[in-house]
Design a protein around this ligand. Structure first.
Ligand SMILES: [Zn+2]
Length: 418
């Protein structure tokens, strides 16, 4: 567990941030698009609860980190975003929030490359046309509609009268429930047989590599390519072949490069979702496998983490934030390597040999280490190091925007009173 806090001049708690190892590993794999929303009345001090959420390879919500803040001002948000970035080490492509000016300014000052987008609700209100089409990974922004309900889901686990210890325990229960759902889906992906729509090898390959949720989406595209799309024109140019493909909803242009066999489609599904569209499958359907450049690690089965039952969520970071950052970079590199080597047996074998060698070295070193002290065993169990002197007092009760109402996220409040 990594955590950080801030106090006022009276040594009373004003801000708290925390993230655990499973969540940080999930961020390395699924932290391309994150949503950030606040919820009121989750504790007796009326500190605002602010989780960082994303979408995993089953298209389910996954929590990366969370904070509690006494004031909803730019300074508090800046503090929270800085702690978050310190731990996860890499910026997301997108941060999705509501239209809060303090939040907006804080994002601007902390994140240098991430793009800020508004929740679907705010977009609907602003009526921004064709908002998503040309933006990479923008399809995932739509999925964050799902996470608009995440905060109210946390509500099932919280109680407005909780003190901070009780609150953190409730939060851990919510995380445990999230992990349990994810483990169940991971196990289903490993044990069930495909329900293919076509006899094509490429569809079987899709089943092998993608999680079920994603496989069914891809399978639908392959089926549409086979039964509802037709090539109405082919133009053979110098470096590329251009196909005009007709389906019920219109006409699309697919261009296939003669040099590297890559393909692009005018519908831009791949750019938006990193999943191939039916029009490209018209050209690729006779391939045995989905070509490696089109396999996105974030949708693959191999990217799942089964939380190990014994304290799977309570690892310690002996090196603090620096260790957490390094670990996050390592997971991100690991996923990239798997993605790049996918489908190439030589590259996979070479990668496997390198990892096996490193594992053998680490195991040998582990055998040489001395028996840990009773305190370090306890600290590992608790997931944090013990403090000799603690001088933080409980927070003052806040007067924030959601005070006095029942538990609700700001988005829910807004839907009632836009
Ligand atoms: Zn297309």
């Amino acid at each position: 567990m990594v955590f950080d806090y801030d106090v006022d001049q009276d040594e009373q708690l004003t801000r708290l941030f925390w993230a655990n190892q499973t969540a940080i590993m999930n961020y390395a794999a699924f932290g391309d698009v994150i949503s950030f929303d606040v919820t009121y009345n989750t504790n007796r001090y009326k500190m605002v609860f602010a989780p960082f959420t994303g979408v995993d390879n089953h298209r389910m919500c996954v929590t990366f980190a969370a904070g509690l803040i006494l004031k909803e001002d730019e300074e508090s948000y800046t503090w929270l975003f800085r702690r978050f970035l310190d731990v996860v080490a890499k910026e997301p492509y997108y941060i999705v929030t509501d239209q809060d000016p303090a939040m907006k300014n804080a994002i601007k000052s902390v994140f240098k490359t991430a793009k800020h987008r508004l929740f679907m609700y705010d977009i609907r209100q602003s009526c921004i046309p064709a908002y998503f089409r040309d933006v990479p990974m923008s399809g995932l922004l739509k999925t964050t509609l799902l996470s608009e309900s995440t905060n109210s889901w946390f509500g099932n686990f919280t109680n407005p009268q909780s003190n901070l210890v009780e609150f953190v325990m409730h939060f851990e229960s919510a995380m445990e429930s999230q992990r349990h759902s994810s483990d169940k889906l991971n196990n289903q992906c490993q044990t069930s047989l495909p329900d293919c729509q076509t006899p094509l090898k490429i569809e079987k390959h899709a089943f092998l590599v993608y999680t079920h949720a994603i496989f069914y989406e891809v399978s639908k595209e392959i089926k549409e390519a086979c039964y509802h799309c037709s090539v109405i024109q082919i133009n053979d140019n110098t470096n590329e072949i251009s196909y005009t493909i007709k389906e019920e909803s219109g006409v699309f242009q697919v261009t296939k490069c003669k040099i590297d066999a890559s393909a692009k489609c005018s519908c831009k599904l791949f750019e938006q979702m990193r999943l191939l569209c039916r029009h490209i499958f018209v050209i690729f359907k006779d391939c045995d496998e989905i070509p490696a450049p089109y396999l996105e690690a974030r949708w693959m089965k191999a990217t799942s983490f089964n939380s190990h039952s014994k304290n799977g969520h309570m690892y310690q970071f002996p090196g603090g934030i620096e260790a957490a950052r390094t670990l996050n970079t390592l997971w991100a590199d690991f996923h990239s390597c798997i993605g790049l080597a996918q489908g190439d047996i030589e590259k996979l074998s070479s990668l496997s040999r390198i990892i096996s060698n490193e594992k053998a070295k680490l195991l040998e070193e582990q055998h040489k280490t001395i028996v840990p002290s009773k305190q370090s065993v306890m600290e590992t169990y608790c997931g944090s190091t013990s403090q000799l002197h603690i001088s933080v007092l409980p927070p003052k009760q806040a007067k924030n925007k959601g005070s006095g109402s029942h538990l609700k996220s700001r988005l829910q409040a807004k839907e009632k009173n836009p």
